[in-house]
Design a protein around this ligand. Structure first.
Ligand SMILES: [Zn+2]
Length: 271
């Protein structure tokens, strides 16, 4: 919302309070009243915090008072801790990290952590000028074989065109015993996965469905185009692409702030 819109809203609210103070104040109170408030332990903060949601769509709104994380970030951290307990000593590649929550924790606490971004303005395999991330195309990575114990992606795969190539590349760069632990919304549930947009050979985009975009920290204006709506059969797609087995983990525990829509975490393991 722009500053002028904000000013207009404040002015309108002030006028409403002046006209009918009790009604206006009650309405404002209703809008700000949490639909959920509780105490618990955050898997990212690892201490006692409060969880609060002002909106019933917990996926984006059930926030931790300590780190500001949302449920899928806490679920991912919990699954990393459960499935890869020595994660702090692990060599980790996170593609397209977020600006809070699990990404910040991994960057701070892992001994060997590299972040990458899809950034065509920086040559593939090189660090960007700020030194914050390495430029990598998930479908064609420059990392050596068997480089990582852990590859992490958060809500990235629903934006990738050639998912077979990306899963194959991740499998190639994992060490034996390593895992790709990731989130991507399994919006189709038991229904089959559906491609949403396709990249033609000439690089142009073929929209198979009404174009859909999600917020992207690298592109605050445009957002990222959704390329797939996944169902649980994503595990078959991964197996066909790279031969590895995947487990879908669904945690449900409000005392750790783990309850929301599409909270599944996927763990693809390399034997
Ligand atoms: Zn937290």
């Amino acid at each position: 919302m722009g500053a002028i819109d904000q000013l207009r809203r404040i002015k309108a609210a002030t006028r409403a309070v002046a006209r009918q103070p009790r009604v206006a104040i009650e309405r404002a109170r209703r809008e700000l009243r949490p639909v959920y408030r509780g105490r618990g332990t955050c898997p990212i903060c690892e201490r006692a915090v409060r969880f609060k949601a002002l909106d019933p769509w917990f996926r984006d709104h059930l926030l931790c008072s300590g780190c500001g994380s949302i449920p899928r970030e806490r679920a991912l951290m919990q699954v990393i801790a459960d499935w890869s307990p020595r994660w702090k000593e692990a060599s980790v590649h996170e593609s397209s990290p977020g600006e809070r929550g699990t990404s910040v924790k991994l960057a701070r606490e892992c001994a060997h952590y590299v972040a990458s971004q899809y950034d065509p303005s920086t040559p593939w395999g090189e660090m960007d000028p700020t030194g914050q991330y390495r430029s990598e195309d998930l479908e064609h990575q420059t990392f050596a074989d068997e480089s990582f114990d852990l590859v992490v992606t958060q809500d990235v795969f629903e934006h990738i065109f050639d998912i077979d190539a990306a899963f194959r590349e991740i499998a190639r760069t994992l060490k034996p015993g390593g895992a790709h632990i990731f989130t991507t919304p399994l919006v189709n549930g038991r229904e089959p996965s559906e491609p949403w947009a396709r990249r033609r050979d000439d690089g142009t985009i073929d929209h198979l469905q009404e174009p859909e975009y999600h917020g992207n920290p690298m592109d605050h204006e445009g957002g990222s185009l959704v390329t797939w709506h996944y169902g649980y059969d994503i595990v078959d797609q991964i197996r066909e692409a790279c031969g590895l087995d995947t487990t879908i983990v669904l945690l449900d525990d409000l005392s750790r702030g783990l309850q929301a829509e599409y909270l599944e975490v996927l763990v693809t393991q390399k034997p």
